[in-house]
Design a protein around this ligand. Sequence first.
Ligand code: ADP
Length: 267
Amino acid sequence: MIVVKVGGSAGIDYDAVCADLAALWQQGQRFVLVHGGSGETNRVAEALGHPPRFVTSPSGYTSRFTDRETLEIFEMVYCGKMNKGIVERLQRLGVNAVGLSGLDGRIFEGKHKDSVRAVENGKVKVLRGDHTGTVERVNVELVNLLLGAGYLPVLTPPAVSYEGIAINVDGDRAAAALAVALSADALLLLSNVPGLLRAYPDEASLIPAIPANDVESYLDFAQDRMKKKVLGAAEAVQGGVKRVIFGDARAGQPVSAALAGAGTVVS
Ligand code: ADP
């Protein structure tokens, strides 16, 4: 069992990811796909006159401030356009994919964080009305039910809070929680870069391997959103996943290439 997370940044080739996944699925390999949609969400949010607001925490993590309107736009894009677009591609390739969000059947469940500490103009402020959280529980029974019946699950944020409210969660960390819950053999985090770069954006500075017991010390190389991927990788290997691979989803056969060791391999 392999968990594949494909991001939502510009340049990702979803046709290539789906074609590769479909070929491997038809050979008998089993997957769960988790996807993002940040690039498209930003574009739609601008078009709807509610541009995204990104905040940086005092410890340097960047996240989307998700008020109710942002959450609804987020759902339109992630659960709608992105999820159904991927399911359609897989269906056209002969794979019976089922697209669900973390809300459905409480697949991804976690604590709702209503406020966030953010650094703005050098000062730390507390912003309220945030619909965010972190995945703490995964409904593996539902995912296994689908897999056991021959469906390829295509999963996306948001998650659901313990009170039943939709919350925006990081897709990389949700995929890591899923990989741990499923005891996956590998977690692939595919994005629009060759892997973790020592000197971003210099692609020649790719870090080919990271020892599983030292992932956190590589956090220093990751800026902004890449930090969440490194954190997700650390959580996955600490939870027993043997291999996490940061791979390139811009062309070729992204899943096969990552499984063959291209990118940054954490093991
Ligand atoms: P996705 O939405 O595809 O999951 P993110 O945008 O969340 O991806 O994170 C990937 C981005 O992280 C890259 O496009 C790159 O701009 C940025 N990044 C920051 N630091 C690094 C680094 N050291 N190595 C690779 N990418 C990095």
